[in-house]
Design a protein around this ligand. Structure first.
Ligand code: SAM
Length: 450
C-alpha cells in the first residue's frame, strides 16, 4: 500500500468530537508527513510515530469527515525497521519526524512517496530513477534557527525548536543532526542568555557553520542593554565564533570579531566543486554541505555541457550552481530575486576568476518580466518550496535541457506536468537526502524535449 496525502482542505471536512474508544489497527504506508497510515478501518487513519507493517493501538484524536488522526497508544507488533530514537529530545521536539525509522530505510520511503505522486498524477510509467544522493544520518546540518523564550514565572530561558504537537518551544540541550560544533553551542548559549539583563528581548538564535568559522546570530526585540552587548562579545571571543545582533528593524551588527575592516574580511565561505563561495548571514545556503557537494557534481554531470553552450541558472542564490558550472559552459546567466545575493554572485564569480558569469535581479514570479530572460542551451532551476508555477509557461516553450532541483515533491510534480504536456520527456530523476531524520526530501529531475 502506498503513500496517502493528508487532505487538509477536503471539502466539508470539519473536526468532529474525538471518540475515546481504543482500536487496534494495521499500518500499511507512510504519509508524506512521515505519519503511519492505516486502511484497516472504515476511514483512513494517520498515526504519528507508527511505521508500515506495525500493528498499533490507537485512539482517535481528531475525527474528520474523510479521515481520522489517531494517537499512538501502544505498539502491539513493531516493525523490523523501528529503531530507538538517538536524540533525547525526539519525543517533544518537532524538528525531526523520522528518528524511530532506521536511517538507511528513510530514503526508500521518500523515493516511494515521490514515485507514487509521479505515477498517480502524471500517469508516468517506467520512471527513470537514478541512484539517490544519500547523507550521513547525523551531524550534517550546517544551519538552524532556534526559538528562544523567557518564562517569567520560572525565570527560565528555553532554547529549542517548536514541539511536534503544538507551537510551544521544546527545550533542547543538544541537536544531533546539527554539525557537532553548532550543537555544542546550544547549552552555553542558553546559559549565557539566562544571565543577560535583556534576556526577555531575545526571540531567536541562528547557528551557521561556514567552512572556517561558526556563526551565531542573536535576534531580538528592542535595543539590548550595553552590559549585555559586552557580555555577548566576550562570550563570542571565548567560544571563537562570529556573533551578530539583529534587531526588529532587521539591521545586523557584527559584535565579534571587531572591528571588521572590510566586507571581504567579514565574508563567510564554503567550498563547492573546487569553487570558493562567499556569503553573509542573510543569504540562503544549502543546509547539508556534503549533499550539496554531491548535488552540484551531479548537476554538472547530468547537464553534460558542451564548451560553446550557455546555461541559465534560475533562483541562483549566491551562485552555488552558477560559479562551479561556469567551468563547463561558455556562458552562465544567473538570475536571482534578491539584489544582495546577485551582488554575491558577481563577487563569487570574480573570486573564482569566472568572467563568463553574468548575474541579474529578476522576479521570476512576474510573468511580464520573463521574456527578458535570454535563450540558453541548458536551464537549471532551484525554486523555493512553492515551486515555479508562474515560470512554467515560459519554460515549457524553451528547447533547452531543463534540470529541476526541487525541495518539495508536490511542487515538482505540479510543474513537471506542464513540461510533459509541452513535449518534454523525463530523462532522469533521483531523490537527495538533504535532511535525514525529517520528513523532507529533495529531488533532481532532468527534462529533455522530444
Ligand atoms: C532554494 S534557494 C536556491 C538557491 C541556490 N540555487 C543554491 O543552490 O544555493 C531559492 C532561491 O530562489 C530565490 N527566489 C525565491 N523566489 C524568487 C523569485 N520570485 N524570483 C527570483 N528568485 C527567487 C531565493 O532568494 C533563493 O535564493
Amino acid at each position: 500500500m502506498g503513500i496517502v496525502k493528508h487532505n487538509k482542505k477536503a471539502r466539508g471536512s470539519r473536526p468532529q468530537a474525538p471518540q475515546t474508544a481504543l482500536a487496534e489497527v494495521v499500518i500499511d504506508a507512510l504519509s508524506h508527513e512521515a505519519q503511519g497510515v492505516s486502511h484497516s478501518q472504515d476511514k483512513v487513519m494517520f498515526v504519528a510515530g507508527a511505521l508500515p507493517s506495525e500493528t498499533v493501538t490507537v485512539q482517535v484524536s481528531k475525527a474528520m469527515r474523510h479521515y481520522n488522526h489517531g494517537q499512538l497508544i501502544e505498539i502491539v507488533s513493531p516493525s523490523a525497521e523501528r529503531v530507538t530514537p538517538f536524540c533525547p529530545h525526539f519525543k517533544r521536539c518537532g524538528a525531526c519526524q523520522l528518528q524511530h525509522l532506521a536511517s538507511d530505510k528513510q530514503l526508500g520511503y521518500k523515493q516511494q512517496n515521490l514515485h507514487e505522486q509521479l505515477t498517480r498524477q502524471l500517469k508516468l510509467a517506467g520512471i527513470p530513477w537514478q541512484a539517490p544522493i544519500a547523507s550521513e544520518p547525523f551531524h550534517y546540518r550546517r544551519r538552524a534557527r532556534l526559538g528562544v523564550r523567557y518564562r517569567k514565572q520560572q525565570d527560565e530561558i528555553i532554547v529549542g525548536f517548536r514541539e511536534a504537537a503544538n507551537k510551544h518551544l521544546a527545550a533542547i540541550t543538544q541537536c544531533p543532526v546539527l554539525q557537532p560544533s553548532l550543537s555544542a553551542l546550544i547549552t552555553p548559549l542558553q546559559l549565557l542568555i539566562s544571565q543577560l539583563v535583556s534576556k526577555s528581548r531575545i526571540t531567536q538564535l541562528e547557528l551557521i557553520a561556514a567552512d572556517d568559522t561558526d556563526v551565531v546570530v542573536v535576534r531580538h526585540l528592542k535595543k539590548m542593554e550595553a552590559q549585555d552587548v559586552k557580555r555577548l562579545k566576550k562570550w563570542a571571543q571565548a567560544h571563537r565564533t562570529q556573533l551578530f545582533l539583529q534587531g526588529d528593524d532587521e539591521g545586523l551588527t557584527c559584535l565579534w570579531p571587531e572591528p571588521l575592516a572590510s566586507s571581504a574580511e567579514s565574508a563567510l565561505r564554503y567550498e563547492v566543486e573546487g569553487s570558493q563561495l562567499h556569503f553573509n548571514v542573510k543569504n540562503f545556503i544549502q543546509g547539508n554541505n556534503a549533499v550539496n557537494q554531491k548535488m552540484v557534481a551531479q548537476a554538472r554531470s547530468w547537464l553534460a555541457a558542451k564548451p560553446h553552450e550557455t546555461l541559465l541558472d534560475l533562483f541562483a542564490g549566491i551562485g552555488n550552481f552558477s560559479v562551479p558550472m561556469a567551468k563547463d559552459f561558455a556562458k552562465v546567466v544567473a538570475v536571482e530575486g534578491i539584489a544582495d545575493m546577485v551582488q554575491q554572485i558577481r563577487h563569487n564569480a570574480a573570486l573564482n576568476q569566472r568572467d563568463n558569469v553574468e548575474a541579474c535581479v529578476l522576479n521570476l514570479a512576474d510573468e511580464i518580466l520573463l521574456p527578458k530572460l535570454p535563450q540558453a542551451d541548458a536551464i537549471l532551476l532551484d525554486p523555493p518550496r512553492t515551486g515555479a508555477a508562474e515560470l512554467m509557461p515560459w519554460l515549457s516553450a524553451q528547447a533547452a535541457r531543463i534540470l529541476y532541483v526541487a525541495c518539495e515533491p508536490s511542487s515538482l510534480v505540479r510543474d513537471a506536468k506542464v513540461l510533459l504536456a509541452a513535449g518534454f520527456k523525463l530523462e532522469k530523476i533521483c531523490v537527495m537526502d538533504m535532511f535525514p531524520q525529517t520528513k523532507h526530501v529533495e529531488s533532481m529531475a532532468l527534462f529533455v524535449k522530444n
